[in-house]
Ligand binder design. Sequence first.
Ligand SMILES: Cc1cc2nc3c(=O)[nH]c(=O)nc-3n(C[C@H](O)[C@H](O)[C@H](O)COP(=O)(O)OP(=O)(O)OC[C@H]3O[C@@H](n4cnc5c(N)ncnc54)[C@H](O)[C@@H]3O)c2cc1C
Length: 497
Amino acid sequence: MQPASTGHSSVARPSLVWFREDLRMDDHPALSAAAHAGPVCAVYILETGGDLGRPLGGALKWWLHHSLMRLKADLADHGISLILQQGDPRKLIPALAKDLGATSVHWNRRYYAWSRPVDAGIKAELTGLGLEVGSHKAQVLTEPWEVKTGAGGAFKVFTPFFRAAQPMCDTWAELAASVPPLTGHNAPDIHSDSLEDWNLLPKSPDWSGGLAETWQPGEAGAQKRLTHFIENALLGYGEGRNIPSKPATSCLSPHLHFGEISIRRVWNNARAAMRASPALSHDGQIFLSELGWREFSIQLIYHYEDFPQESWKEAFRSFPWKNDPSAQRAWQSGQTGYPIVDAGMRQLWKTGWMHNRVRMIVASFLVKHLLEDWRVGEAWFWDTLVDADVANNAAGWQWVAGCGADASPYFRIFNPMSQGEKFDPEGHYVRAWVPELAKLPNKYLHRPFECPTETLRLAGVHLGRTYPLPIVNHEKGRKRALDALASLKQHSSGDLV
Ligand SMILES: Cc1cc2nc3c(=O)[nH]c(=O)nc-3n(C[C@H](O)[C@H](O)[C@H](O)COP(=O)(O)OP(=O)(O)OC[C@H]3O[C@@H](n4cnc5c(N)ncnc54)[C@H](O)[C@@H]3O)c2cc1C
């Protein structure tokens, strides 16, 4: 194909890289392949249209804006300008390839039910036009179709999945590579939107202050997090990862979601640290298995296309969820009267992230104590998490609700008081996020409604005024959930546990 608008036949024709959830330059198979072929052009498309996936939540939009700004600057350092366009990639990618006179188009694969036919259609069209098309493995260590049961099917349970996947992860991760020297392709006639025009940042009100204080979106921020984690927190991760007041986890989830760091780098660097220091082998293995849960979630949405929006266990699909807007609001705003739940929900609102242990507690509270549909919680997380991820979010919620593939048993109901006392015994986490309770003694911090009146008075706590009374009594809520779930069991075909 000849270039349409550029028309410079003496200049080497470029390869186009379509950036999606891989906003980095290091270990980027699509960028490497394009660089091997010649000069490189880069595009990011803000995909809009009914069948082009779920609209981004507010926190994801904030992150995307900053991440694209970083990527644009990083690519510019190599002479490559990042073209920004908004719309339907089925139209935009072939048109752009034509206008650039590109010889090939490369992207890294995604695994959503909606994106696979889109990619396949674009690939067929470009191939028909005589272009080379490369879709590359980058987002995962194991393709969803690579890890198979003895019978050749997909795994439904994590432990055997990961036993089979881990050696494959090791082999693939070894191949992590830096991108070869790059040559940019000048394309002055090609239209590019301005990032500001996409209005990704919140304006009135601008609620993003806490996000900006907490995060550094972009590849440099991601690499810094990984190095810091391996040097300071990998040792002790197995225990520390359950203590929400400790900076004991990697906080890589938004960086991994946006592909600002390659999963191969994360795996490889952890492995290298484990090889260098045998003392890390126990904690390192636990960290690798968490990365394994990410692989497992991706293969679930690949094999079960309804998984992101439908209870995996059929028995749950007719469950009579309550749908009580005032209970939902109390949960969202951290006003349930259960300090560990409220602390988590406020951490989420302020920083766009919540500790994994607390995600499990708040999710269990919503689904079991309040009998709200897990999708209500999933949607709130989708809007507020900087790491909101179709696969991990649905898998996390379905696990807690008990309706997922490899789920927590339906009768497991987290006790918010004892969870708080076990994982936040000194109350550092609750005091940081629920400051109105800060002066309560540890004994009552996780159960202020049991605190003697005089102790409450001395701590400046007035229940029902400065801090809410519980919106549901724990024992009653627990029994109500067990009864509802038990009746579900009676009417199910036995796929509950
Ligand atoms: C209800 C619920 C909703 C969740 N929603 C999301 C979500 O939208 N996006 C998201 O990335 N994670 C989600 N998780 C999983 C987990 O809570 C986060 O991945 C983790 O807290 C991120 O912090 P980290 O990067 O410090 O994790 P680390 O402990 O440092 O783990 C390293 C990486 O492993 C992966 N990982 C860790 N735990 C899990 C897990 N249980 N499932 C899948 N991958 C995991 C993540 O990519 C994470 O960044 C959810 C969990 C629950 C219970």
